[in-house]
Design a protein around this ligand. Structure first.
Ligand SMILES: [Zn+2]
Length: 324
């Protein structure tokens, strides 16, 4: 079943709008989804996650449209990857809003530590923004008319949080659970334990037993058992063969970079991989010297072209026109 286009909500989306004053803006892979809440009582209109920086104008238009003239008063971020908070700076420039981020990320944002915030590691741009409040696991935050529980969601990002509304059992999962795929488990790429925390977060989601999940990417879904089983299978497969996870990550990060830049010379892209810290880390952990790392990078790019994920013409590689 195809995902309903933004503006033509399906049954699940309508139920959420009625029960929680929540609109999901489904984006692509470069920009994460937004959950938009109308103001209620003393609670300001809120957007959860703000997409990638190059999409900031589009994000603002979509949010304004969803709020139908109500001023946005608050940004909440599930985590601070560049595709989830890249619109924060542009929205903050308009003034009149507060920004809530996961408690574990507050110090890094105050110092704008690009190493801790992953932007240097992945060579993904994210304009500097400020923060006013921390999302503390165990506490609650009111979004619309309902109080949402804040839960730690380590794994993909060790600092991430999820938001859970217990009456309707709705989960804003960020990148902790997707319907079909599994997000990169970043700590593992640097030799830290990420599989264990990922498994623990999946178990927490199972205990919360959500009826509906709003993922960071992709449509909202209600077959949560199936998504959990698929994610667990993938984690187990990666734990058995961690080099497969590194390969999956290499491809996913390369695809993300191409979604950002749209196209580049084949050699230029291989060079980009060879100088980007996350690839250097993965290659050196696998014991590759520079020549082997370059061959490895080139092999991944070639494979994405051969698989049809990217197109090549005259030594230049591009994303397919409809990719976002
Ligand atoms: Zn993420």
């Amino acid at each position: 079943m195809p995902a309903p286009a933004t503006g033509e909500p399906g049954t699940l989306a309508l139920a959420l709008r009625r029960a929680l004053g929540l609109t999901l803006l489904e984006r692509g892979w470069l920009s994460a989804n937004q959950a938009v809440f109308h103001a209620a009582g003393g609670t300001p209109a809120t957007v959860v996650d703000t997409g990638f920086s190059s999409h900031a104008d589009q994000t603002m238009e979509l949010v304004d449209h969803a709020l139908a003239g109500e001023p946005l008063g608050r940004i909440v971020n599930t985590h601070l990857h560049s595709d989830h908070c890249g619109g924060n700076a542009a929205l903050q420039r308009r003034g009149g809003l507060e920004t809530w981020i996961p408690a574990r990320s507050v110090a890094a944002v105050r110092q704008w530590d690009e190493d801790r915030l992953s932007y240097r590691l992945t060579d993904q741009p994210c304009p500097r923004f400020v923060t006013d409040h921390a999302l503390v696991p165990g506490e609650r935050i009111v979004l619309g008319e309902a109080a949402w529980e804040i839960h730690a969601a380590p794994g993909h990002d060790m600092d991430a949080v999820m938001l859970f509304e217990p009456q309707t059992r709705t989960l804003i999962a960020g990148d902790a659970l997707w319907e079909e795929r599994l997000a990169i488990i970043f700590p593992e790429l640097e030799g830290k334990d990420g599989f264990g925390p990922t498994r623990a977060t999946l178990s927490l989601i199972e205990r919360l037993s959500p009826r509906t999940v709003l993922p960071g990417h992709g449509r909202l879904f209600d077959d949560v058992g199936r998504a959990l089983a698929a994610s667990r299978e993938r984690v187990a497969a990666f734990e058995r063969a961690p080099e497969r996870h590194a390969q999956h990550a290499a491809r996913a990060l390369l695809m993300f970079h191409l979604l950002e830049v749209r196209e580049g010379g084949f050699d230029e892209l291989v060079d980009w991989m060879c100088r980007t810290p996350i690839y250097r880390t993965v290659a050196s952990r696998a014991g590759m010297d520079e020549a082997r790392a370059a061959a490895w990078a080139s092999m991944h790019l070639r494979r994405l072209v051969d698989d049809g994920a990217l197109v090549e013409h005259d030594g230049r590689v591009a994303v397919r026109p409809q990719a976002q």
